[in-house]
Design a protein around this ligand. Structure first.
Ligand code: HAM
Length: 419
């Protein structure tokens, strides 16, 4: 029987990879100009890191983790997100002793056992950026500005940045109680999941998309009316800093996020072109995460961009695929040997050359060159080859010229703008 990939796990094919490279390279360039460095984390961590970091009462920890016991009896989990791992690495390597402020990013796959659908997979890629060690609202705005700059730079236009404040350890419990009291009064209207959330995590009810829950949610108390004066001040300043840089936002008082570590600022970027899974990015501040995972009192803020969703929004009129610069078409054995020598020389000079390995007719080689979208074809054979010459055909305007083979590299370098 043919073996297929697991549901929710995707191959990224060569014809698609140009988009991925473009997005990754743009992220690296922009993040590094904002002072971020790459921090690579392992695919697997101790389960406890996510259970304590993300929160036991979250959907991720309750139902979505790929957890297994290894041969040594340890409970391990494929990372469902990067923030907890990056915070662990910061603590483990005492990065704070070099500089208390760390700006780090990571690009890689995450794993969640969710029900696969368009825009929701079991293995999906994130571009993640975090700042550890600063609680100044200036950094909240800086991170958001970097994110929006990145999203615009890759070509996304119709995006909405939504922000909210979730308060802190001091003020959130009061809001939680208020919310619980409110939803208890209308609990008969809530869906089954929200009945459970009412006991475990009432804030998550605000995120529910079920229609009957939506009716209750519309009248629910808003977190912004319950946060303490310090949190209010923090939020006001984040908004001021955003306004200074011209980044537009909407305050969404019902945004709660799906991970428990958030405090104060949280944000999402949504695109209405995405359908039901419309969040391209989620992020926020997490000033208690480091304490939860057993360390010091260190604040942090960051975001993660879902790469599959981002890539599905890239402008359709741009091409990202790479094509051969040259196809070397040959007539006869001597020409075929020369093509091998020539292609090797071109490869070493950074020119992508493709050739025929199967002794196909010239016509069928030309068809293949066309299919591969080669910019030029070099036709090698016959008398010209004996004289050290060949015909170079421009596949765009179909013009042809005879060129000395020894000058081919220089000629191509002058014709191909990106070399
Ligand atoms: P998150 O909201 O769980 O946050 O995920 C961030 C983004 O990852 C989402 O907005 C979405 O684009 C993408 N995503 C999530 N789940 C899936 C899935 N099953 N399939 C496809 N894409 C998905 C976090 O992960 C936090 N760690 C973000 C963060 C970083 N907060 C602070 N720092």
């Amino acid at each position: 029987m043919e073996i297929k990939a697991i549901r929710g796990f995707n191959d990224i094919l060569p014809e698609e990879i140009g988009k991925w490279h473009f997005v990754e390279n743009t992220a690296r360039d922009i993040f590094e100009s904002f002072g971020f460095s790459e921090l690579r984390i392992p695919v697997i961590e101790r389960t406890e890191l996510f259970a304590r970091g993300i929160g036991e009462a979250t959907d991720i920890v309750e139902k979505e983790m790929y957890t297994f016991t290894d041969k040594g009896g340890n409970s391990l989990t494929l990372r469902p997100e990067a923030t907890a791992s990056m915070a662990r690495a910061y603590l483990e390597h005492q990065m704070y002793s070099f500089d208390p402020v760390a700006k780090v990013y990571f690009i890689g796959p995450m794993f969640r056992y969710e029900r696969p659908q368009k825009g929701r997979y079991r293995q999906f890629y994130q571009i993640d950026a975090e700042v550890f060690g600063v609680d100044n609202p200036m950094v909240d705005a800086e991170v958001i500005v970097m994110l929006m700059h990145f999203l615009r730079k890759v070509g996304l236009q119709t995006l909405e940045l939504q922000i909210n404040s979730l308060g802190c350890r001091e003020c959130r419990p009061r809001y939680r109680e208020e919310l619980k009291r409110f939803f208890e009064k209308t609990s008969f209207q809530l869906c089954e999941d929200c009945q459970r959330r009412l006991q475990t995590n009432p804030l998550r009810i605000l995120d529910c998309k079920v229609e009957s829950c939506q009716e209750s949610i519309a009248n629910a108390p808003k977190v912004i009316d319950f946060i303490c004066s310090d949190c209010k001040e923090h939020f006001t300043r984040v908004k001021e800093y955003l306004q200074m840089t011209g980044v537009k936002y909407d305050v969404n008082p019902n945004m709660v996020r799906g991970l428990d570590y958030y405090t104060r600022t949280c944000f999402e970027v949504v695109s209405y072109d995405l359908g039901s899974q419309n969040a391209v990015t989620g992020g926020g501040r997490y000033d208690n995460l480091f304490q939860e995972i057993g360390g010091l009192d260190i604040p942090g803020i960051g975001f993660a961009v879902g790469m599959e969703r981002l890539i599905s929004l890239l402008p359709k009129d741009r091409t990202f695929a790479r094509h051969p610069h040259l196809f070397v078409a040959t007539l006869g054995d001597e020409a075929s040997k020369e093509a091998y020598r020539l292609a090797n020389e071109l490869h070493l000079r950074g020119i992508c050359a493709e050739l025929d390995y199967e002794g196909k007719s010239l016509k069928s080689q030309m068809r293949r060159a066309d299919k591969l979208n080669a910019s030029y074809v070099l036709i090698l054979g016959g008398d010209e080859l004996k004289q050290g010459k060949a015909v170079l055909r421009n596949m765009g305007d179909k013009s042809q010229e005879e060129v000395p083979i020894k000058d081919l590299v220089t000629i191509l370098q002058s014709k191909l703008p990106r070399l």
